[in-house]
Write a protein that binds this ligand. Structure first.
Ligand code: 0X9
Ligand code: ZN
Length: 303
């Protein structure tokens, strides 16, 4: 039984996805995106009436193991979209696909052995250090600023782009969709930011719809502020946080070519950091839901 008053194990999250799909066969479909380094399935759930025809928003959550609020908020959103779908008219004509735990090995490791673990759990051949930072392993501008070739660092980029089964699986999943998604949102914590690509350096590399993204990002920020007064800073990823090459949002923009690509750093602003108290799960999740609603308005053109 899933709740949003505590953080849950991967087994509970997977069971929740299975039950949700079973209970709502016409609006929810479960799928397996890939298998992790340690052999766990990476699951997705696709929500909507007629998947395949409408525009699609894809949410990837939990690339980083210790950011527990990301899987929690993403499962909350899944539940909202099946149980309280009427509250989201902005998403009515859209398909929303959610990958709640993109790094299942890391998530379980963080829950059971090392709360501060960030990377996946690949075991390198010639080193005692384990794990690749999945958000440095994507293939667009892989290996640039904010990444490390040293397996013992937190931002180890891996031996080559898409060296990891988690990123490779997600990439293939994106590329295999019949329609390119209209939006890709990468959910992290913490810091309360809405990040717009590109983030690989501070040169401010442009693309034609940069202003559209910035404007939607600012609308998300305003909508979140109206909920409980939390400030989410919207801006270019490299400038608002720091440069980091090989991230999902850069790949989504630069290679996949979907229009609305955002990184979201959920609560908080540093007081509890990654250890966000479970009592804040619902508020943090509602802030995500508010942001996705705003995005839905932009993607579908529904008010
Ligand atoms: O470092 C990251 O991957 C993200 N921050 S986190 O604290 N969740 O680890 C930010 C990535 C944002 N993208 C770029 N700056 N390129
Ligand atoms: Zn992160």
């Amino acid at each position: 039984r899933m709740t949003w008053s505590s953080y849950h194990s991967l087994a509970d999250i997977d069971a929740f996805l299975e039950q949700t799909a079973a209970a709502h066969p016409t609006t929810a479909r479960e799928s397996v995106v890939s298998t992790s380094a340690e052999g766990r399935p990476i699951k997705a759930i696709t929500l909507g009436d007629a998947p395949g025809r409408e525009q699609e928003i894809v949410l990837v959550c939990g690339q980083h193991a210790r950011e527990w609020i990301a899987p929690a908020a993403c499962t909350y959103l899944v539940n909202e979209l099946v149980v309280n779908r009427a509250r989201y008219p902005q998403l009515k004509d859209l398909t929303v696909t959610v990958v709640p735990v993109a790094n299942p090995d890391g998530y379980e490791y963080s829950r059971t052995f090392d709360r501060r673990w960030r990377k996946n759990r690949r075991s390198g051949s010639s080193t005692r250090c384990q794990g690749v930072d999945l958000n440095r392993n994507w293939g667009y501008k892989w290996g640039g600023e904010g990444t490390s070739p040293d397996p013992c660092t937190e931002n180890y980029r891996g031996p080559h782009a898409f060296s990891e089964p988690e990123t490779r699986g997600l990439r293939d999943y994106f590329l295999s969709r019949t329609r390119k998604p209209a939006a890709v949102v990468d959910i992290h914590s913490y810091g309360q930011y809405i990040l717009v690509p590109y983030g690989y350096d501070r040169q401010g590399h442009m693309y034609s719809d940069y202003q559209d993204l910035l404007s939607v990002g600012r609308q998300m920020s305003q909508a979140i502020y109206q909920y409980k007064g939390k400030t989410f800073r919207a801006g270019n990823a490299a400038n608002v946080i720091y440069p980091a090459a090989g991230s999902l949002i850069d790949w989504a923009k630069g290679t996949l070519g979907s229009k609305y690509d955002f990184g979201l750093e959920l609560r908080d602003d540093g007081r509890y950091g990654f250890n966000l108290p479970a009592g804040q799960i619902i508020d943090a999740s509602t802030e995500l839901a508010v942001a996705v609603r705003t995005l839905g308005t932009a993607v579908s053109g529904l008010p």
